[in-house]
Design a protein around this ligand. Structure first.
Ligand code: NAP
Length: 247
């Protein structure tokens, strides 16, 4: 009885930015937990195709859909394509993001607008697109990728930190309004996870992390799977940062 309740078999999960890094690990972990996977990517078609093969080798169905999640028309096309191929989305992981490092002096309006659109507006657009189906089924899980930057200021710049803090506001707004409808909405706040995003950033200093190393994408993914299974955690931020920030 308990097993059935926590089983993700037959559910469709959409992972934005699933072609590499943390998103790839989340897609694979959700597939191992039983979900069919819709993988979104922006430009790395070959990498997305590799992840699709790995998901399929777990015995799950998978589709990879190109879309810029900061563009409403792309998001509508993506959701239509996913619904036609795999059915409605029950688990949404808003993971896609960019991190262009800028000093206070370098930061331009263009940087600000682009970062807000890709990291924050996208969460609103994709959530808005999947919510009608979740509400009609009275079951849904939305997991948004924030960052330890919201707590510590971060190593990318004010634009990035503000976009990730905005995600916490969206998470709380949706969580409080949807709690009575079987839909949970949570944020995950990783810190210094070994991916391309932080590679080469000279401010990435593992020695400053209390556990003494960078985190792995899999360590984030297992928390996302836990949130996808759990129906009583909502409106929370789960910190995965090796003790860099203690809440
Ligand atoms: P990554 O390795 O740079 O991967 C970024 C992913 O996002 C790629 O799949 C990329 O697609 C996709 N993407 C970027 N812009 C997009 C757009 N406009 N539309 C659709 N997809 C887009 O990054 P990561 O380190 O895995 O980070 C994943 C998430 O975790 C991000 O939101 C990031 O801010 C957050 N995060 C990361 C860390 C860290 O230490 N790594 C810490 C805290 C939070 P393509 O492959 O097609 O380019």
């Amino acid at each position: 009885m308990m097993k059935k309740k926590y089983d993700l078999t037959g559910k469709t999960a959409l992972v934005t930015g699933g072609s590499r890094g943390i998103g790839q690990a989340i897609a694979l972990a959700l597939a191992e937990a039983g979900a069919d996977i819709a993988l979104n990517y922006r430009s790395r078609e070959n990498e997305a195709a590799q992840v699709r093969l790995k998901v399929e080798s777990c015995g799950r169905r998978c589709t990879a859909v190109q879309a810029d999640v900061s563009v409403a028309a792309d998001v509508s096309r993506m959701i239509k394509s996913v619904e036609e191929t795999l059915g409605v989305v029950s688990i949404l992981v808003n993971n896609a993001g960019i991190a262009s490092r800028r000093s206070i002096e370098e930061l331009t309006e263009k940087d600000w607008d682009e970062t807000m659109a890709v990291n924050l507006k996208s969460v609103f657009l994709v959530t808005q697109a999947v919510l009608p189906a979740m509400r009609s089924k009275k079951w849904g899980r939305i997991i948004n990728m924030s960052s330890v930057a919201t707590q510590l200021g971060g190593i990318i710049g004010p634009h990035y930190t503000a976009s990730k803090a905005g995600i916490l506001g969206l998470t709380h707004a949706y969580a409080s309004q949807l709690a009575g409808e079987g839909i949970t909405v949570n944020a995950v706040a990783p810190g210094l996870i070994e991916t391309e995003m932080i590679a080469g950033n000279r401010h990435t200093q593992p020695a400053r992390i209390p556990v003494g190393r960078l985190g792995s994408p899999q360590e984030v993914a297992e928390v996302v799977v836990m949130l996808a299974r759990n129906g009583f955690i909502t409106g929370q931020t789960i910190n995965i940062n090796g003790g860099l920030y203690m809440s």
